[in-house]
Design a protein around this ligand. Structure first.
Ligand SMILES: Cc1cc2nc3c(=O)[nH]c(=O)nc-3n(C[C@H](O)[C@H](O)[C@H](O)COP(=O)(O)O)c2cc1C
Length: 218
């Protein structure tokens, strides 16, 4: 009898403590992330580079999940951006969306860059999965920490209107999570090398400014 009584008291105590302080998961989430100590995290989604959509025939379509020449796709844009930023002295990590395991990685960097191909006027499903899974934790538990976090969005497309629309879909995720797109950029498959180079320089300079502004605030 005394054992049951003692056990009941212990259970009631445990329930009270959990109610007051949160589950272990909630406690971990509520720990304020340390100030970021690295500069830029570039997260990109890829298809399998092949060729442009306008060059595809109906018979080709099921062979591809991405449609751009290898030197001109989202992966190439992202790694070129990483090189430009490193050349300016910034610490940069380049990762595919699949390689980001936790929302906490994002908090280690002063600026997040998200790069995706455009699929049907939207971000690609891999980028959407990244936002759905990784940003869910920010949306639910870390919105306050993420408020006004600097994020740049890059899309690779054939048509500028759909590039703008896809950037809009990224923007709405960020706005739901307490921030916004600080900077956006698109690369079109028909850009000349000069247009591509100009956009890349503008983008690298914009991201460099986001990092510097963040350093001043921190
Ligand atoms: C299924 C599919 C849908 C696409 N939808 C669009 C679109 O809505 N607008 C656009 O401009 N390009 C669209 N494209 C073209 C790609 O966005 C473009 O080729 C892009 O450069 C692909 O980048 P990636 O090689 O990194 O995947 C689409 C391509 C595929 C395969």
């Amino acid at each position: 009898m005394a054992v049951f009584f003692f056990a009941a008291i212990l259970i009631a105590l445990a329930i009270t403590i959990t109610a007051l302080t949160g589950t272990p998961e909630q406690i971990a989430d509520s720990v304020e992330p340390a100030a970021p100590n690295k500069d830029v995290l570039i997260v990109y989604a890829v298809g399998v580079p092949y060729r442009t959509i306008s060059e595809l025939s109906a018979a080709d379509v099921d062979k591809v999940s991405g449609a751009t020449p290898a030197s001109y796709n989202t992966r190439a844009i992202s790694s070129e951006l990483a090189s430009k930023l490193r050349a300016r002295g910034f610490s940069v990590t380049l990762k595919t969306v699949e390689d980001v395991r936790s929302h906490r990685e994002i908090f280690e960097y002063r600026v997040l860059v998200a790069a995706t191909p455009v699929r049907f006027w939207n971000m690609s499903w891999m980028m959407k999965k990244f936002f759905d899974e990784i940003f869910a934790r920010i949306y639910v538990a870390e919105k306050a920490c993420f408020r006004d976090w600097p994020v740049a969005g890059i899309v690779m497309a054939e048509i500028s209107d759909s590039a703008e629309a896809a950037l809009g879909t990224i923007r709405s995720v960020l706005q739901d999570c307490g921030t916004d797109l600080s900077l956006s950029s698109y690369f079109l498959t028909n850009y000349s090398s000069v247009e591509r180079e100009d956009e890349m320089d503008k983008l690298a300079e914009g991201i460099a400014k986001l990092v510097r502004d963040r350093l001043i605030i921190d």
